[in-house]
Design a binder for this molecule. Sequence first.
Ligand SMILES: [Zn+2]
Length: 291
Amino acid sequence: MAETLPRFGAGGNSDGFYAAGHKSSLLACEYLYGLGLNAYEYECTHGVRISSAFCASMRKNAELFDFGLSIHAPYYINLASLDGAIREKSVQHLLKALRAADQMGAASVVFHPGAIGEQTREQATERAAGLLEEIVRLADQEGLLQFTQLRPETMGKSGQLGTLGEVLRLCEVAESVRPAVDFAHIHALTGGGIRERRDYERLLGKIARRLGEGALDRLHIHFSPIEYTKAGEKRHRNLSDKEFGPDFEPLAAILAEQGWRPTIICESAGEQDLDAAAYAQMYQAARRDLS
Ligand SMILES: [Zn+2]
């Protein structure tokens, strides 16, 4: 049953998780299961430093609670860098994350593509695509992309590589590269550009045109309220902060109508577990509205 519906879950561990006295992420699936959730994004944002034993335990927990797992790769990745050493380190960060994902049974490795720096956006995008091609080749040699997909994320600041168009260009490198659509980042980067249903439809339509309709079924989505300035993303917020968008309800309605099976990872600032549960409820309400 779960396979035919979206998965909802949290990115990293919430304030509530720690307040309950938990420390190890090995308790994350059980904790989130208690909130009615079924997805978890393990954050390796400061480096992939986990043992095979940890990955095996994570996989066991995920199977026990029927969870979908993903990994957020380190922030240090910059596929567009002009510096050979940074490019080589970026390759290693992604390969390490993919090996961990393989051991955990994680379906996605999400990563930030890089920074524009002293190049045009087009140059940065093509440079990143070239390196990504090399990474896919190396990962394929190790058989790491049979279950797991590489997911470049849409970013929230203009100095970063990662508009939706740029991410879709990176996805053209291989079928094992598919987008991580962070709607909060898109909202921030476009100065609050996601206001209603047709804004979501426009973005989803763009994905379908570049990658085919099939790409929409298993989207990896990041969602949270976000605060932004003219420069884009300022910080992630919580639903309890009230005034921050984007609004999940129009997207919930589209997902319910289409019957797609995306994974929605909430990255709210400390209340990502509660907000993910709220998004799941909005989705269930949208499903009920259909019948
Ligand atoms: Zn991210």
